[in-house]
Write a protein that binds this ligand. Structure first.
Ligand SMILES: [Zn+2]
Length: 313
């Protein structure tokens, strides 16, 4: 009696065991199949699997899959605020007697970055320079003169440049050395120029480029504190392309840049000139080949670049 009860109990137990075994087998097969599909498959296989679905999605919404240049972000690069400090500081290099700006890139990206800058506009070349920059998806920094900003026929070019994401800073009203530095009209002239830019573009720039550079014009510390008090920032450059004097030899503009290129952060001085426009594609392509990314000045990410080595400018 006891034995038969025991047999019955065993028989009862066998059934769930068998069911469990079958379940495990099914689960095991299913798991193995999933692992297989998760493995990297040779190119083409995955496309074949999902091709039908993708096609129908594309047919439903033909425009959404097309890449659009209009969607491209205005920012040239992502800045990494947490990046380790990089100093582009250079000791005085007097070999050619030119001015040397200290680049303090504290808080900037350690990547190789170049700032293209164009002085003396707006001009008849502004639109074409902006067009070349657009072709290469590059943003640049312009320093414009008040007398040119006041010319009605050039004002649309200024608006277009700003709308395209370029920075428009001030380069004084008169560009006259005596007025700016001897007569000390630097600050009022820059304020007036920035006001013109604000009116034309709706931007709020604070960056100015001193005509002929900050040295020796801004040697007087009184004028520099006047600049700081007005919240102005001053940028010179690290590379002088000498483009303005190379009308008959545009290729030399690029050579001048190539010969001076050495820092991870460079600010290149150029002007709105025909020869600069002609050579610009070559210059951009060379800098790209050297691993430089192109940045545009931003007031919120200012770093000092000036011959006076004044960190407050
Ligand atoms: Zn100039």
């Amino acid at each position: 009696m006891q034995l038969s009860t025991e047999k019955k109990r065993r028989r009862k137990l066998k059934k769930p065991y068998a069911a469990l075994l079958i379940l495990l087998l099914i689960a095991g097969t299913f798991f193995a199949a999933n692992v297989n599909s998760a493995k990297p498959s040779p190119a083409g296989v995955a496309v074949e699997k999902t091709g039908g679905q993708q096609e129908s999605a594309i047919q439903e919404q033909p425009d959404t899959k097309k890449p659009s240049s209009a969607d491209a972000p205005i920012e040239v690069e992502d800045r990494d605020e947490g990046a380790p400090e990089e100093t582009g500081e250079r000791e005085g290099n007097q070999k050619d007697g030119t001015n040397e700006a200290t680049v303090d890139t504290t808080g900037q990206t350690p990547r190789k970055t170049v700032y293209l800058t164009f002085d003396d506009g707006p001009s008849r070349w502004t639109d074409e320079i902006v067009e070349v920059l657009h072709t290469y998806d590059v943003k640049a920094t312009f320093f414009m003169q008040g007398v040119n900003l006041q010319k009605p026929q050039l004002q649309d070019s200024v608006r277009r440049a700003a709308e395209a994401g370029h920075y428009i800073g001030a380069h004084s009203m008169t560009h006259n050395y005596r007025k700016l530095y001897t007569d000390q009209k630097f600050v009022p002239e820059m304020m007036a120029t920035l006001q013109l830019i604000r009116q034309l573009t709706g931007t709020e720039p604070h960056l100015v480029r001193p005509p002929y550079g900050s040295a020796p014009g801004l040697k007087d510390s009184a004028i520099r504190s006047q600049i700081a008090d007005e919240g102005l920032k001053v940028w010179d450059w690290t590379i002088d392309s000498h483009d303005w004097e190379l009308r008959d030899n545009p290729a030399q503009i690029k050579r001048n840049i190539v010969n001076q290129l050495k820092n991870d952060t460079e600010v290149i001085l150029m002007h709105e000139k025909q020869q600069t426009l002609d050579e610009l594609p070559e210059i951009i392509q060379y800098l790209k080949q050297q691993g430089y990314s192109f940045a545009v000045y931003e007031d919120s990410h200012h770093f000092s670049v000036n011959f006076m080595n004044d960190p407050d400018l």
